[in-house]
Design a protein around this ligand. Structure first.
Ligand code: AMP
Length: 210
């Protein structure tokens, strides 16, 4: 099954994506993680990517598309995958539509005040990429990843100011995707204001993988 998960920053896409792929046995392709990995490699391309991420702006399509196609062509994607963070613009929809048939698009819908609370309290593991929240999902030991014991960090683009810019871009660039996928009949809307496990239950029911 080839899936896309959509939602504003803080909608819980990463957490839900992880739970879905464990259930379905397909890879979780997070565009944000691929980009942050490229930044960590400290290449010229990584520096360009960081200049956009740091400003809360979208990375140019050419770079995104190259990284995405390379990942999708890997052997582990032949039975499907879950895309998280791609596509984000109608141009990216078109590029994907040209060569991949997507089965279902999940759209996690969350109110803006809930998003701000989730993002500003988010903690991420730089090693294994597990995601926590200071109130809703704290790690067992303060600032340490439960999975790999690394020190947790606040993502540098998780500030309120950058978040506002990212939300603005989301409304302008990404909202039209929802209409597009709804029009072609593959969109499923999920109420993302619920608690994490309730959202997961709604998704499983929608996908018929209860
Ligand atoms: P995320 O981890 O999905 O919140 O992405 C973090 C940042 O990476 C975004 O704010 C963008 O700067 C960049 N990014 C992620 N996915 C894309 C994409 N599909 N197109 C352009 N930029 C992206």
């Amino acid at each position: 099954m080839k899936l896309i998960i959509l939602g504003a920053p803080g909608a819980g896409k990463g957490t839900q994506a992880q739970m879905i792929v464990e259930k379905l046995g397909i890879p979780h392709i997070s565009m944000g993680d691929i980009l942050r990995e490229a930044v960590r490699e400290k290449t010229y391309k990584g520096e360009i990517i960081q200049s956009y991420i740091g400003e809360g702006q979208l990375v140019p399509d050419k770079i995104i598309y190259e990284l995405l196609t390379e990942r999708i062509q890997s052997e582990d994607c032949k039975n499907g995958y879950l895309l998280d963070g791609y596509p984000r613009t109608m141009k990216q929809v078109e590029l994907l539509y040209g060569y991949q048939k997507i089965d279902i698009v999940l759209d996690i819908e969350v109110d803006q005040d809930v998003l701000i609370d989730r993002i500003t309290g988010r903690l991420s593991c730089p090693s294994c990429r597990a995601v926590y929240h200071v109130k809703a999902k704290p790690p067992a030991v303060e600032d340490r990843c439960d999975e790999c014991r690394s020190i947790l960090v606040h993502r540098s683009d998780d500030t309120e100011e950058t978040l506002k810019r990212r939300l603005n871009i989301y409304h302008i660039e990404t909202k039209p995707l929802i209409k597009f996928y709804s029009d072609i009949g593959i969109l499923i809307k999920i109420d993302g204001n619920q608690e994490m496990n309730e959202i997961h239950e709604s998704i499983k029911k929608s996908l018929g993988i209860g």
